[in-house]
Ligand binder design. Sequence first.
Ligand SMILES: [Zn+2]
Length: 257
Amino acid sequence: MASAVRIPDPRLAQLPLQFATGGPQIFIHEGARQALERRIELAHGGVVQLAVTDNRRRMVTRTKDRGRLRVRLHMMFLDAPERVIDALVRFVGREDADASGTLGEYIDQNRHRIRGDRPVKTVRPRGAVHDLAAILGHVNERYFGGSVSDVLVTWGRKTEPRDGRSRHTIKLGSYSTAERLIRIHPCLDRDWVPRYFVEYIVYHELLHHLIPAVRVGGRALLHSSEFLRREQEFRHYERALAWERKHVHRLLRTRGA
Ligand SMILES: [Zn+2]
């Protein structure tokens, strides 16, 4: 299946991240923005001002203002595959209407990345031991060149096992498409839980953000072969699985988590 993920030029990853106005949790990869702006300028043959937005309704807008071309793009385009970028550059830079089909298709495939109607109320990324925002930032830089710009992370709410019974299963992480939010189970906020394990859970949930579920016989397949292949690219993959097997009982017993 087509994946919306592209590992950008590692040189771009060295550039600082900038916070977009209006959304302190959302950052824009300034290097990627500048590179795209330059490409549109070359196609257009004039000055272009590119703004990257988290707009819910307008994914691509193009207006002329005193000889200057103003382009506003949803942030999903920053990590689009080359053929989509190419279509985008033709569409906004040269007014090539034939390119709109490719753009429409890409927007449809990335609907899950458009801000949900119910905004996230509170995120608590900083735990007693592990800082999820820092972990997400690290995973984003290392595996995606800092290109993932539209996802939030938080510790989940603490729950007590019902009727004092012990748990038999535990969901260590989850991803909400509507909120574009990764939730991590608070039982992992312990000093005996290694950081690479929390990184692994965050990495897994981040892949759910980036790789949409595949429809197989009317059912949504969350862990597609593409997903599983990408998951194994995590540096401590085997080590994380081994740690989980060894400590799952301790995690199930963790009180107040
Ligand atoms: Zn999963």
